[in-house]
Design a protein around this ligand. Structure first.
Ligand code: GDP
Ligand code: MG
Length: 598
């Protein structure tokens, strides 16, 4: 039976096309929040999300809309994260909806993630409502963009609302289109209960809060529930809806979007994608599509001050309460001491965790260059999954190695095709094909090692295309590859935290570039410091940091006072992040600088 007065939908878009701004306008137009409660981008709640202007976690809100006939509708809007790192969460949010508003920037047209998200939505059989945004801008070309959407995606755009989410034009039309075009949810209210968890957060008062879409059945306080993947049982302590803050209600039933709490202690026990059913009357099968989020990128996190190890551990545990995709285990480094090897969905995820640890938990961290997971097939037939380059077995034990590969799609104006191809080739990309989107833009498909994307690829792409290219990629599998471990020696000692796995063909070049870079970032000290790059016992590059000359120091004294102050200030700042390695002081910068060499 259909719930005629409910619509469940999400908004999908390429980053910065105006998804969050449109969500704000919809919330405002339906009077869900008063003007005073209304802040820009209310759905982006985390401080970091606001600052970076990106949506990290998905969020949900219930809107009540009365149409011109006075009929009241419940609109459940689910905001989705807009970054490839969080694609799995996007996919789960989509599975909770019947339709999606596709926002396309009228000045930019279709971009890589417009397509990626759109295809994801089509995979989930969602009804897609195209909306052209930013028509207030001079450079807007709504008619061309409409045609682009029709030609490339094949959606009818003849009555697509032309809107400005910022100025508030066309918002009513969007609401009308949602009611008219997106199907009402259906399902068996009689049960048995089937609820999809599309997000879960840890709330200090309520414990784990599961964001759910009820597909079949009903659930209320006291219901005994079972999570189908973990098999664990709980008693429901509260059910409610999002206004957008939590509001308790008596029950949730088929078609509804809301939340369930049940004294669940950890978000790992209520994983996104799992199905909640009744313990006494279990659903036969879970909802489709569950897969645990797996880390793709690893990095060592060490406290700059080694006495802060326990604090770092506690902070990671706390973050993990709310982030099922974050993994960590203790590791020791000769150079850096005690720390943790942490696993992340991608680089953005890693940066977010790092920033939160530093900001919310006041920790100074030394982090090592991120690494992908390499598969090493040993001569004895065993397979190792290598997440820390230091642990690479000796070459004599290795039969061969494999590295993760992604399918990358890049959209850019014609003029930049050459530059993009050159970049991709330089990053060991294999050209697949190229499609014309219109007469002026193309989409290139490459197969590329994930490792190359981690090495600053996105920035390089942006700078070579004056910011016009957009990128999307997805993991496609493992491939055999010729790789070696590149070690860096300072003062004759290997610094394990600087070791990396590199393609054999690039080893010499990389080794030289890293040695040069380190020479720049490591400050001079009282003695001469040799920097060497080595593969096994073979030295492939060498640089020397000259000793500090006494007269350099002397010059600072008696000289310009403000310059001296600046120098001291700089020193103090540097000190904070210096790590004593053997006899050499190395700044945090050095550990990441190995990433920045082209
Ligand atoms: P999201 O990444 O898709 O969530 O995009 P946001 O909603 O955060 O918007 C990205 C930027 O575009 C922000 O600076 C918005 O103020 C701006 N923006 C959004 N909608 C409009 C619009 O209709 N007109 C103009 N001129 N700017 C807009
Ligand atoms: Mg946003």
């Amino acid at each position: 039976k259909r719930q005629e007065k409910i619509r469940n939908f999400c908004i999908i878009a390429h980053i910065d096309h105006g998804k969050s701004t449109l969500a704000d306008r919809l919330i405002e137009a339906t009077g869900t929040l008063t003007k005073r409660e209304m802040e820009d981008q209310v759905l982006d709640t985390m401080e970091l999300e606001k600052e970076r202007g990106i949506t990290i976690k998905s969020q949900a809100v219930r809107l009540v809309y009365s149409d011109s006939k006075g009929d009241e509708y419940i609109l459940n809007l689910i905001d989705t994260p807009g970054h490839v790192d969080f694609n799995y969460e996007v996919s789960r949010s989509l599975a909770a909806c019947e339709g999606a508003i596709l926002v396309v920037d009228a000045t930019q047209g279709i971009q890589a993630q417009t397509l990626a998200n759109c295809y994801l939505a089509l995979d989930h059989n969602l009804e897609i409502v195209p909306v052209i945004n930013k028509i207030d801008l001079q450079s807007a070309r709504p008619d061309e963009v409409k045609k682009e959407i029709e030609d490339i995606i094949g959606l009818d755009c003849s009555d697509a609302p032309l809107i400005s989410a910022k100025v508030g034009i066309g918002i009513e039309e969007v609401l009308k289109a949602v009611i008219e075009k997106i199907p009402a949810p259906d399902g068996y209210i009689e049960g048995p209960l089937k609820a999809l968890i599309f997000d879960s957060i840890y709330d200090p008062y309520k414990g784990v809060v599961c964001y759910v879409r009820i597909k079949d059945g009903t659930v209320k306080k006291g219901t005994r529930i079972k999570l189908m993947m973990t098999g664990k049982e709980y008693e429901v302590t509260e059910v409610g809806i999002f206004r957008p803050s939590f509001m308790e209600v008596n029950e949730l039933k088929a078609g509804d979007v809301g939340y369930i709490t049940a004294s669940i202690k950890n978000v790992r026990d209520a994983r996104v994608g799992d199905t909640i059913t009744e313990a006494e009357r279990m659903a036969k099968e879970p909802l489709p599509g569950y897969r645990p989020a797996v880390p793709m990128v690893y990095s060592g996190f060490y406290p700059a001050d080694s006495s802060k190890y326990e604090e770092l551990k506690e902070a990671l545990e706390k973050l993990q309460l709310n982030d099922a995709a974050l993994t960590f285990e203790p590791e020791t480094s000769v150079a850096l001491g005690f720390g943790f090897r942490c696993g992340f969905l991608g680089l953005l995820h890693m940066e977010i965790v790092q920033e939160r640890l530093e900001r919310e938990y006041n920790l100074d961290l030394v982090t090592t260059a991120p690494s992908v997971i390499y598969k090493i097939i040993l001569t004895n037939g065993n397979v190792i999954e290598l997440t820390n380059p230091t642990n690479m077995p000796s070459p004599t034990e290795i039969d061969y190695m494999q590295e993760p590969i992604v399918n990358a799609s890049i959209i850019c104006p014609n003029d930049f095709v050459g530059a993009v191809m050159e970049l991709c080739q330089g990053r060991r990309g294999t050209f697949k094909n190229m499609e014309y989107l219109e007469t002026t833009r193309v989409m290139l498909h490459y197969e590329m090692p994930l490792n190359e994307i981690i090495y600053d690829f996105f920035d390089a792409l942006k700078s070579r295309t004056k910011g016009y290219a957009s990128l999307d990629y997805e993991f496609s599998g493992y491939k055999k590859s010729e790789l070696v471990k590149l070690d860096i020696l300072l003062n004759g000692d290997i610094v394990d935290a600087l070791s990396q796995i590199v393609p054999e063909e690039r080893a010499y070049y990389r080794g030289r570039a890293i040695a040069e870079k380190l020479k720049e970032v490591i400050p001079r000290q009282q003695f001469e410091i040799p920097i060497q790059a080595a593969i096994g016992s073979k030295i492939i590059a060498r640089e020397t940091i000259k000793a500090l000359r006494k007269d350099v120091l002397a010059k600072c004294y008696g000289g310009d006072i403000s310059r001296k102050k600046k120098l001291l200030e700089k020193q103090k700042e540097g000190k904070k992040r210096m790590k004593q390695i053997g006899t050499v002081e190395v700044p945090q910068e050095a550990f990441m600088s190995v990433l920045k060499v082209e």
